[in-house]
Design a protein around this ligand. Structure first.
Ligand SMILES: CCCCCCCC/C=C\CCCCCCCC(=O)SCCNC(=O)CCNC(=O)[C@H](O)C(C)(C)COP(=O)(O)OP(=O)(O)OC[C@H]1O[C@@H](n2cnc3c(N)ncnc32)[C@H](O)[C@@H]1OP(=O)(O)O
Length: 228
């Protein structure tokens, strides 16, 4: 028996076709973007400043109170629940994916955020990871590189017309990747075999290819509508 999704899983329009970040769909999402940017700034500042203990304690008290003010509102957890609300405030599924994904979500403070767009049968992305993403001294954490590749290759699957979950990611780290520098990623479909989409991608810092990735993405057996 086929699953019957209660929401439209058509993600067309999810991905940009230009290097410009699109405007937020409404004031609520614009405000979420601004709050996420402030949270990123705070996190990076705390990690990179010699802060007196009293100031840390004071800011913690303020932030706990602010978190409680947000938590006092109705709970709508995750992309699926938000899309099912189908409200003007939350927007449609593509808008929600765009805003809250942990790699590229403009409104997710965890996201660096990376910007992704599709053109000429390839997916491109740019991102400027801050000190918050440090792994080895002054360089980007390898797990964050894996996150970026998963998202870019995962987004690139939509070129095939159907999405799927990550089965395998194989990353080769060629050179250390500097922080606080605009990085570029590019990905394309290598081949499609049955439900398997074989994707390839590269991470570039200026003219140095610092990492490359091969990924296998597998679409579900009985999905009624192509999720693309
Ligand atoms: C359809 C839903 C899509 C939702 C998302 C759409 C949103 C798109 C929107 C916006 C873009 C956002 C981009 C997001 C990017 C991030 C994506 C992630 O992070 S996903 C989370 C991490 N991944 C998991 O949690 C998977 C966990 N694993 C599984 O669920 C299964 O193991 C799965 C689906 C990977 C395979 O399960 P089976 O039951 O369908 O596979 P079998 O029928 O056994 O095999 C089919 C073929 O695939 C090969 N295969 C199976 N598993 C493989 C694997 N892990 N790696 C490589 N090949 C595998 C097999 O050998 C077989 O090949 P042969 O047909 O015989 O040639």
């Amino acid at each position: 028996m086929q699953k019957t999704p209660s929401i439209a899983y058509n993600l067309s329009g999810w991905m940009d076709t230009s290097p410009e970040v699109r405007p937020a769909v409404n004031d609520n999402w614009q405000s979420r973007r601004e709050l996420a940017a402030a949270l990123r700034r705070l996190n990076t500042a705390v990690l990179t400043r010699d802060v007196p203990t009293e100031l840390l304690q004071s800011v913690t008290a303020t932030m706990q109170a602010e978190a409680a003010r947000i938590e006092a509102n109705e709970v709508v957890p995750g992309t699926k629940a938000q899309a099912e609300r189908n409200s003007t405030q939350h927007g449609q599924l593509p808008d929600i994916f765009y805003e809250i994904n942990p790699a590229s979500g403009q409104s997710n403070a965890i996201a660096p955020p990376m910007h992704i767009w599709q053109t000429d049968g390839r997916v491109h992305a740019c991102v400027t990871p801050s000190w918050s993403y440090e792994g080895p001294f002054e360089h980007l954490h390898g797990g964050i590189i894996a996150l970026l590749f998963d998202q870019v290759l995962g987004a690139g699957q939509r070129i095939t017309g159907v999405a799927g979950r990550t089965g395998t990611l194989e990353i080769r780290f060629h050179h250390p990747t500097l922080l606080n520098k605009t990085l570029h990623l590019v990905a394309k479909v290598d081949r499609v075999v049955g439900r398997k989409k074989f994707m390839v991608g590269e991470l570039w810092a200026d003219d140095v290819r610092t990492a490359s990735c091969k990924g296998v993405f597998i679409s579900e057996r009985n999905w009624p509508d192509a999720i693309a």
